[in-house]
Write a new protein. Structure first.
Length: 252
């Protein structure tokens, strides 16, 4: 089963905008059978319930962030338990925007991953190098450290629940993408690190996807050619027509 994830980020600023988005999305989904593809949308927390109520089982919902504790005196935070009770099946962990603007570190991300899994939420772990790290030829080192530190304490039998998104930071929101060869290389590296940590049998279970400036035009190069298990889409997921067009292409 392939996965197409739409990260709507901090958008849809009013109930009106949300309803407009949902109505366009439902129109695009009418009559579509995405048999081989899981479509997952990650709206802001405040829209999660409306998305769940409005969309059929064809679309799963997930969160863009969460805290690792289940409840208590953590003002302003959202727990994975709250998310699972709302019907969330997925949640991002370690998105580069969280690392950059909110200074999230691998240690905290690993706590989040464990907390998500305890609450039945499949974590989508984002890894990838910055432009400077790429120029310094540190891609392998960066991805390997992120994986080792963020997956610390994860039981190998739970790997089938984990999605690893290779998201080179320099390709996010940027209109440039790595070549199919570079994406394939990253995928091979990710799998190798997983084998080193968890052993071959279990490492095969994790799904590895690509994210960073994906659109219908470059889908072949960033997803189909390097044989990724799916994609993580930012900006284009705000356009229901484009999102469903991409989902259909992945599904074929
Ligand atoms: C992202 O932020 O995860 C992302 C993939 O964004 P975009 O598609 O806009 O580059």
């Amino acid at each position: 089963m392939k996965i197409v994830i739409g990260n709507l980020k901090m958008n849809l600023n009013s109930p009106k905008e949300r309803e407009r988005y949902l109505s366009l999305l439902k129109k695009e989904l009418t009559g579509q059978k995405l048999i081989n593809t899981e479509l997952i949308l990650l709206p802001s927390f405040i829209h999660l319930e409306a998305f769940r109520k409005s969309l059929s089982q064809k679309v799963k919902i997930g969160a863009q962030n969460f805290f690792f504790e289940s409840k208590g005196p953590f003002t302003g935070e959202i727990s994975p338990l709250m998310l699972s009770n709302l019907g969330c099946e997925y949640a991002l962990a370690g998105h580069s925007e969280r690392r950059r603007y909110f200074l999230e570190k691998n240690e905290e991300i690993s706590l989040k991953i464990i907390a998500a899994m305890k609450n039945g939420i499949a974590p989508i772990l984002c890894v990838g190098e910055t432009k400077v790290e790429k120029e310094n030829q540190e891609t392998l080192k960066v991805i390997s450290t992120q994986l080792k530190e963020c997956l610390k304490g994860v039981s190998r039998t739970r790997l089938e629940k984990i999605v690893i998104a290779y998201e080179p930071v320099w390709a996010i929101g940027a209109d440039i993408t790595p070549s199919p060869h570079e994406i394939m290389e990253a995928k091979v590296l990710i799998r190798k690190v997983l084998v080193d940590i968890f052993g071959k049998k279990y490492a095969e279970l994790a799904r590895i996807i690509y994210g960073g400036s994906v659109n219908a035009k470059n889908l072949e190069a960033v997803c189909l050619e390097p044989e990724m298990d799916g994609i993580l889409i930012g900006r284009e997921s705000l356009l229901p027509h484009e999102l469903i067009k991409i989902a259909k292409m992945v599904n074929e």
